[in-house]
Ligand binder design. Structure first.
Ligand code: PHE
Length: 495
């Protein structure tokens, strides 16, 4: 197609000595830009043609002009709105929009309609002729096409009516160059090893580089916005020396999700309002026995300086399978593992999906992604937690933080983290954090002088803020706009 147009243009130059791209475009019914594009590609083939630019004034339709082209001139619209037999009340015509007044006076001066001021029910407009020719529309059609006869007076008149406007158009006068030919030689674009080996490159004509050409977008997979944000968080944790925890189990036992975290069995979060329980398999049976006993004891009777919850701890409750409600279940498994070895300080993180049986609304679904960071070391304090939160959130571009005392069954003290959002101009909650309780850590076998600080946040919230999505359903589910997924920029959290 492109080659065909190139040859056609060369032929026209051969026939006429030269062409003007603008006139050529009009006479062949082509878009001027396409003709110019073809000429540029001919130019890139060597000295086939020479080009000289010229600029001149042309007319183009204003928005109002385009409206006239589509629906007819204002006067024609008024004429059409007049009932051919009964006429139409003037007030009704005037109600038909901003251009009705102008259209009416033009229709009157054209002699298309007449006004009976004393008609019954008020001034009434009647048609004066049986049919009209909407010359304005026809002339504008010619302007739009860049052709046809239109007088200077008419141009002036339409310009005054703001239907057309003057624009400067650039076109090229293309004539024969030194190497003119009407057939387009296919130029070589690649220098191959063969060409070098057999010397054929000497006879090749290579296409010139076009450094201004836009690249072709590569065909590739696209990360969902949530996954783009996840990649960025993962990067930040890795930069900070954290190791990723294995999160590949959506199904978890209540034991690891709740009991190991010193969350009492009658805690409201466990009942059916917040947790999805599994029917099949309903229960888990494999637990580290000794550890399980210690967990039971600390719930029931206390220990390690704690009084415990003083209730009867039930194995069946701990066995119940659920969809994990937080990734802290993963952290619990990892910390237990850590407690079983000779202790060395550790920094862990996870980013994965969790599930809660919540009422769905614009910002909540029954599943979302959590980000969690965990640091285990000797004698860590709340000060360390605050310090690392500053370091972590700074990497996300959040430097102003505030902390608010909070409650989690497994951390003491616990803090909600707020950050000042420069875009939203307010403090927004960005996470939850705390120092894990000894009642959780000591049964795992971690040394007494080791503390573990941790924090968690969701992926959805920063993603929604970042990509300006205010309904979670535009981010997850069948209403997601795939085009947006493709074209969304990569996530730079510190930007
Ligand atoms: N598990 C908490 C939540 O689901 C987050 C958290 C993680 C809090 C670690 C404290 C420490 O909101």
């Amino acid at each position: 197609m492109a080659v065909l147009l190139n040859e056609e243009i060369l032929k026209a130059i051969d026939d006429n000595g030269q062409i003007d791209t603008y006139e050529y475009a009009i006479s062949t019914g082509r878009d001027h830009q396409i003709v110019v594009g073809a000429v540029k590609s001919i130019q890139s083939m060597g000295n086939l043609v020479t080009c000289e630019q010229r600029s001149f004034n042309t007319w183009s339709l204003t928005d109002e002009g385009k409206e006239v082209l589509e629906h007819g001139s204002h006067e024609a619209v008024v004429y059409a709105s007049v009932d051919p037999t009964a006429g139409t009340l003037l007030v009704d015509i005037m109600e038909r929009g901003d251009n009705a007044k102008l259209g009416f006076s033009k229709a009157m001066s054209n002699g298309w309609v007449m006004l009976d001021k004393n008609a019954e029910g008020g001034a009434r407009v009647f048609r004066k002729v049986d049919s009209i020719i909407d010359e304005v529309k026809e002339k504008l059609r010619n302007v739009a096409k860049g052709s046809g006869r239109i007088s200077e007076d008419e141009l002036k008149e339409y310009k005054r009516r703001k239907l057309i406007t003057n624009i400067i158009t650039k076109s090229y006068i293309v004539s024969k160059g030194d190497n003119f030919s009407t057939s387009v030689e296919k130029l070589d674009t690649d220098l191959t090893p063969d060409m070098i080996a057999n010397d054929s490159w000497k006879d090749c004509t290579f296409k010139e580089y076009n450094f201004d050409a836009m690249g072709i977008p590569p065909v590739c997979g696209h990360l969902h916005p949530l996954m783009k944000v996840r990649a960025q968080y993962r990067q930040i944790f890795l930069e900070m020396g954290f190791i990723e925890m294995p999160t590949n189990n959506f199904i978890e036992s209540s034991f690891w999700n709740f009991d190991a975290l010193f969350q009492p069995q009658q805690h409201p979060a466990r009942d059916a309002h917040d947790t999805f329980f599994l029917k099949d398999p309903e229960k888990s049976f494999e637990f580290p026995q000794q550890y399980l006993e210690k967990v039971k004891t600390v719930h029931q009777y206390g220990g390690f300086g704690s009084e415990g919850y003083k209730y009867e701890w039930k194995l069946e409750e701990a066995q119940k399978n659920i969809l994990r409600t937080h990734t802290t279940a993963v952290s619990a498994r990892m910390l237990y593992k850590l407690g079983q070895q000779k202790f060395t300080p550790a920094k862990y993180f996870s980013i994965d999906r969790v599930f809660r049986n919540e009422t769905l609304d614009a910002t909540h679904l029954a599943e979302f992604h959590q980000i969690e960071g965990v640091v285990a070391d000797y004698d860590l304090t709340l000060g360390h937690l605050i310090g690392i939160l500053y370091a972590f959130f700074k990497k996300l571009g959040m430097e102003k933080l505030r902390f608010k005392p909070a409650y989690n069954p497994y951390t003491e003290p616990s803090m909600e983290v707020f950050s000042y959002h420069e875009g939203l101009k307010k403090w927004v909650e960005v996470g939850n954090s705390g120092v894990f309780r000894p009642e959780m850590l000591l049964p795992m076998g971690l040394p007494e002088n080791v503390s573990v600080i941790a924090w968690g946040l969701s992926v959805e919230r920063p993603t929604m803020i970042m990509y300006g999505v205010d309904n979670i359903r535009e981010l997850v589910g069948h209403k997601i706009n795939l085009e947006r997924v493709y074209t969304n920029p990569i996530c730079r959290l510190d930007n």
